[in-house]
Design a protein around this ligand. Structure first.
Ligand SMILES: NC(=O)C1=CN([C@@H]2O[C@H](COP(=O)(O)OP(=O)(O)OC[C@H]3O[C@@H](n4cnc5c(N)ncnc54)[C@H](OP(=O)(O)O)[C@@H]3O)[C@@H](O)[C@H]2O)C=CC1
Ligand SMILES: Nc1nc(=O)c2c([nH]1)NC[C@@H]1CN(c3ccc(C(=O)N[C@@H](CCC(=O)O)C(=O)O)cc3)C=[N+]21
Length: 376
């Protein structure tokens, strides 16, 4: 988790990524109409042999050359087009999920009279954290989850936070507890996250819940919301994960590491790129699926992407923008303009993974209430 606020990390003035490598535009110009229907994404480059052998596809196949290697990938024309890139609409999917949750909550309320409750603990005055908490509260209201909020000053003690957690652990109206991160630096994050009882750990940050995720044959308890949202997007857009090469950039406890575990559970072959990785570009270029959770604006350039890859951009990076009333705008870790010319599908920032994180939090809270009350 980055510890600085969006305002303080606005060092870079980036209006767009710098010019893309020539191979992308050249390939993109000679394009045929899209082959991919709504919510239907095929990973392109891995389709090579199939496309060669298939008469219906061969006429539409073109060869695109990777930027820095001489190996060529067979891709469909549609797949190399900026116009044909599928924008994975996290905002829309999150809305659909909220509607589903809303219906389930009404069913539960009508049948056993239980309303799920989510407690959120916010310590300190970070603007971005306050915004996230406000958004979570709003989202709870839209689906019928009762939210309980505690806002503590920056100089609160660990004991005060632990006392609130303990009270929420014992409160039968509360089914989920979330401690907004990052916590002030004088607090022991591990100690605080460990205090949330695992039955109410809707963030999925308790070591026991992470442990279950990591072990084969174990059922998961609560899956961390952001990685769960990434996988849900891949599922809802029919992206095949099994047998594919995936690269996760970033290995944080809350995003990168659990995202890699989840992809592996889905039978992808997973590589993890982090700040000490040599040749991140080369490794990333092998991936059919890229999940990037780094916190570096526009780090992943077009040349890092295998033609046809599917990109899930978790990064949320504020960059200075005088034309925006807020003075800044949000961009991802992936250079969107370049990526659109190479990838088959991509999540935008904003409007991609962010809304899904909140939807998954609501989903985990409903799941918790159902488990606690044994409601099927
Ligand atoms: N959309 C959403 O819902 C959410 C978005 N986010 C966003 O996702 C991003 C990542 O968040 P989070 O995981 O909490 O961040 P962290 O700072 O905890 O982790 C960043 C990870 O990126 C790696 N990294 C840093 N620099 C590089 C580099 N140059 N090359 C390769 N890897 C690098 C780090 O490596 P190392 O381990 O070696 O230090 C680390 O593993 C942020 O932009 C954050 O705002 C976060 C949560 C939810
Ligand atoms: N205990 C804990 N759990 C978290 O899940 C958690 C956390 N702490 N600390 C901070 C990060 C970050 N995070 C986001 C959630 C939603 C958006 C989101 O909805 N973003 C909008 C944009 C919002 C805007 O415009 O400001 C979007 O991407 O479309 C972003 C980031 C959850 N986190």
């Amino acid at each position: 988790m980055t510890s600085s606020s969006p305002i303080t990390i606005m060092k870079m003035k980036l209006n767009h990524c710098s010019p893309s490598p020539p191979y992308t535009t050249a390939a993109a110009r000679r394009l045929l109409p899209p082959l991919i229907g709504h919510h239907q994404i095929q990973l392109r480059s891995s389709l090579g042999p199939t496309l060669h052998n298939s008469p219906s596809f061969s006429a539409r196949a073109i060869i695109a050359r990777s930027a820095s290697s001489s190996s060529s990938f067979v891709i469909t024309a549609a797949m190399a087009s900026e116009a044909s890139v599928k924008v994975i609409d996290g905002k829309k999917v999150a809305k659909d999920i909220r509607d589903e949750i809303n219906a389930e909550i009404s069913r539960m309320k009508d049948s056993i009279g239980v309303v799920p409750g989510l407690a959120v603990i916010l310590v300190g005055e970070r603007k971005d954290s306050a915004t996230y908490v406000r958004n979570k509260k709003k989202a709870c209201e839209t689906v019928g989850i009762k939210s309980y909020e505690v806002c503590l000053p920056e100089n609160s003690t660990e004991e005060e936070v632990l006392k609130y957690i303990s009270d929420f652990n014992d409160d039968p109206m509360v089914h989920g507890i979330l401690v907004q991160l990052p916590l002030p630096s004088h607090m022991d994050e591990q100690k605080i996250l460990n205090a949330v009882c695992i039955e109410k750990d809707v963030d999925g940050f308790h070591p026991l819940n992470i442990g279950r995720l990591a072990m084969r044959g174990r059922e998961t308890s609560f899956v961390p919301c952001t990685p769960k949202g990434c996988i849900e997007l891949l599922h809802r857009y029919n992206v095949e994960i099994k047998g594919k090469r995936a690269v996760v950039i970033g290995r944080s406890n809350i995003v990168g590491m659990p995202a890699a575990l989840l992809l592996q559970r889905e039978d992808a072959t997973v590589s993890i790129v982090h700040s000490r990785t040599r040749n991140p570009e080369e490794i990333t270029r092998q991936a059919d699926i890229i999940i990037s959770a780094v916190g570096q604006p526009n780090m992943v350039r077009g040349s890092w992407i295998k033609p046809g890859a599917v990109i899930i951009d978790v990064g949320i990076n504020p960059v200075e923008d005088a034309t925006n009333p807020r003075g800044y705008r949000l961009v991802g870790d992936v250079c969107y303009e370049e990526a659109c010319k190479v990838a088959s599908a991509i999540t935008p920032v904003p409007g991609g993974v962010g809304p899904m994180t909140i939807a998954m939090l609501l989903s985990n809270t409903l799941l918790s209430a159902k488990r606690i009350h044994n409601f099927k």
